[in-house]
Design a protein around this ligand. Structure first.
Ligand SMILES: NC(=O)c1ccc[n+]([C@@H]2O[C@H](COP(=O)([O-])OP(=O)(O)OC[C@H]3O[C@@H](n4cnc5c(N)ncnc54)[C@H](OP(=O)(O)O)[C@@H]3O)[C@@H](O)[C@H]2O)c1
Length: 318
């Protein structure tokens, strides 16, 4: 089995790649950085540039499934220019892949899975979202995810299974939100945001990577929420993290206007609330290893620097 992954060098892609190698699945990956190109028997990088539509067609050779994760990070200040990059990087990646596929033999491909995000669901303290929800959050993120998913749907014309995983807050030791949340708490400066009642639908990175591979293995179609079974409020998450770090939480909650002043419009991601259900994927037989936040944090905290996945993109990795 061979899987082509875009965005493979990032947080989620590195974990998926590691799990593929553990199961003897070969990985082809597309990268925009020539210095991340590695070529080994089970792990081969190919250059692409979604901005210009350039793609190395050899990346599709022997591939039986495709995972699309590529996109500019949302965790930077949302200037007008950068907002365009957040959207265009995702749309251009899918269009470039699609053009590449049109020139290739697609007969072996059985499954296409694209990343999406729970940011599509309307901000709400009370709703509990399943994949059937048709409302879209009235925000920049809601609009980005709607257009990203629409672009992913164009792959349905090929006849292989197409699915979208709406990813929640990914908990990992070496990147993403968790190390950023842990930093102030370690220095005694941790506090919840706003009222702290906003829902955070989190998932352990290892469960998420397994979910991508599960969707491929079972050729599942349609939308699946990429969240764990027990979302928590921001206050609960902050308190649990402080407990696992063995630090007290002494400061009052941080008001919204403070974060808006510091981060601009991007502060939206700290305060919006989406309580999202994992029922659909569980009904397909997927079993989470990390069901609640305490266990996930206990597993991840203190592990920083032990994740070998970054070594995948150094020349020494064989
Ligand atoms: N982490 C989360 O909590 C979370 C939550 C919801 C949704 N998601 C989505 O899941 C996907 C993967 O997330 P992640 O956390 O693994 O992201 P990440 O660590 O930022 O990695 C994304 C990868 O995309 C590629 N990339 C960056 N800018 C690009 C651009 N302008 N054009 C094309 N490719 C670009 C990079 O690979 P190269 O340098 O090799 O090209 C990068 O390694 C993202 O699309 C993200 O929006 C993540």
């Amino acid at each position: 089995m061979k899987i082509l992954i875009t965005g493979a060098t990032g947080l989620i892609g590195s974990e998926i790649t590691s799990q593929c190698h553990q199961h003897n699945i070969s990985v082809h990956y597309l990268t925009t950085s020539t210095d991340k190109l590695v070529s080994n028997e089970n792990h081969k990088g190919f250059y692409w540039n979604p901005t210009t539509g350039e793609i190395d067609g050899k990346c599709f050779e022997g591939v039986t499934a495709i995972i699309n994760l590529a996109g500019a990070s949302i965790s930077r200040r949302w200037t007008k220019k950068y907002k365009a990059e957040i959207l265009n990087s995702r749309i251009n990646a899918l269009r470039t892949l699609n053009e590449g596929l049109k020139q290739s033999d697609t007969r072996k491909i059985k499954s296409f899975v694209s990343a999406s995000a729970i940011g599509i669901y309307p901000n709400s303290l009370s709703n509990y979202y399943e994949e059937t929800e048709s409302g879209v959050d009235d925000s920049f993120l809601g609009e980005v995810v709607k257009r990203w998913e629409k672009e992913a749907d164009t792959f349905e014309s090929y006849g292989f299974s197409v699915s979208k995983i709406r990813i929640g807050l990914v908990m990992a030791s070496d990147g993403g939100a968790l190390p950023e949340m842990a930093k102030p708490i370690k220095y005694g400066l941790g506090a919840a945001f706003g009222a702290g009642t906003q829902w955070q639908s989190w998932i352990h990175v290892s469960d998420l990577a397994r979910m991508f591979l599960y969707v491929i293995e079972n050729q599942l179609k349609g939308v699946y929420n990429g969240v764990g079974p027990n979302p928590v409020t921001n206050l609960k998450l902050t308190k649990e993290l402080a407990r696992v770090l063995n630090k007290p939480l002494i400061l009052p909650n941080i008001p919204k206007f403070v974060m808006q002043t510091a981060l601009g419009e991007m502060s939206y991601i700290l305060f919006n609330s989406q309580r999202v259900s994992s029922k659909k994927i569980e009904e397909e037989g997927f079993v989470f290893s990390y069901q609640n936040i305490c266990r996930a944090l206990e597993d991840l905290v203190g592990k920083s620097g032990t994740n070998s996945s970054k070594a995948l993109y150094t020349k020494e990795y064989v």
